[in-house]
Design a protein around this ligand. Structure first.
Ligand code: UDP
Ligand code: MG
Length: 310
């Protein structure tokens, strides 16, 4: 059967959200009146979500489970969804219902108008701590400012993409992935639709601060050399300061000033430069580690159970 809409939901310990997710997606998609499928990618859940997904798939043939051998991360789960989706339009949605399934219809409307990427923009956010909102706001703006690709701000992974776009994305095999950036990078006709991001229905966020930081690093390193350039700028600045300071200090000494006697000045200069050098090395290391990961060429994910037909 020809499928129009593939809805992909990555699942990591979302047992209490699954029945509600299935119910609401079904309600919305049945009202759209075109064939659809719901791909539930189990990203190594340990709370029984896996069994729940199997059960949903047994009861409803529109549900197609992809079960990972372990936790590979949200971005990789989305990627697996792309690989298994058969629809003409592919929609990524969070399993915790923070992205209301009803919005899919708005996205689909824009797709029918001819847009190939319709991303959902978070107008308001409900039920999240100020810390989460603040770090998210900084994150989106930083990424927008630093990266070479203009990734829309306040936009998560909730979006609809045309088959054409997903076919291109499937050829992008990078390991440290940032799907929002990737889908901005490919081009095509893109448009945003504003929505109100709801609170989680059940459970807690799977994105603590350290994971957010990792995601930010992936986003920045995948889409820009800015951190490497910062090291270069710092080098020029400190060399420039030194060149200016040398004649100045010699002059002050000749004039009998004691301003630059003592160890403190030397110590501060050494510590400062040492610090800058170590940070630069660390930045280089981030890029080299990523190169190493790419060179290994391991599979992006391992499935333990998946539908036969890709
Ligand atoms: N998720 C996943 N693997 C992970 C972490 C999260 O598949 O390692 C899924 C999670 O189940 C949810 C989505 O990614 O469907 C977004 O996660 P979450 O709601 O915790 O993030 P937040 O909305 O708090 O940023
Ligand atoms: Mg969430």
């Amino acid at each position: 059967m020809k499928i129009t809409y593939s809805i992909i939901a990555p699942i990591y310990n979302e047992i209490d959200n699954l029945p509600e997710l299935h119910r609401r997606v079904k309600e919305v998609m049945d009202s759209a009146g075109e064939p659809w499928e719901l791909i539930l990618v189990d990203d190594g859940s340990t709370d029984g979500s896996t069994e729940k997904i199997r059960e949903l798939a047994r009861l409803d043939k529109t549900v197609r489970p992809v079960i990972f051998a372990r936790n590979f991360g949200h971005q990789v789960a989305i990627t697996a969804g792309w690989d298994y989706a058969r629809g003409d339009a592919i929609i990524i949605i969070d399993a915790d219902l923070q992205d209301p399934p009803e919005v899919i219809l708005d996205l689909a409307r824009k797709w029918k108008e001819g847009f190939e990427v319709v991303y959902a923009v978070r107008g308001e956010r409900e039920g999240e701590s100020w810390f989460k909102k603040f770090t998210a706001a900084v994150f989106y703006r930083l990424i927008h400012w630093i990266t070479d690709v203009k990734i829309p701000v306040d936009t998560g992974d909730f979006r609809l993409m045309d088959r054409k776009v997903v076919n291109v994305l499937r050829q992008m095999k990078e390991r440290h992935r940032f799907p929002r950036g990737m889908s901005a990078w490919v081009g095509f006709r893109q448009v945003g639709v504003e929505y109100k991001r709801a609170a989680r229905v059940a459970g807690v966020t799977k994105y603590p601060f350290n994971k957010m930081l990792k995601l930010a690093l992936n986003a920045i390193t995948s889409f820009s050399y800015f951190p490497l350039q910062v090291a270069t700028y710092f080098g020029f600045i400190s060399a420039g300061v030194a060149i200016l300071a040398i004649p100045l200090v010699i002059y002050m000494r000749i004039m009998g000033s004691g301003a630059f006697f003592g160890q403190a000045t030397t110590l501060i200069a050494v510590l400062f430069l040492g610090g800058v050098q170590l940070i630069s090395l660390g930045i280089l290391g981030e890029y080299i580690g990523r190169l190493y990961d790419e060179a290994k060429g391991r599979p992006l994910y391992i499935v333990s159970e998946a539908p036969d037909e890709k």
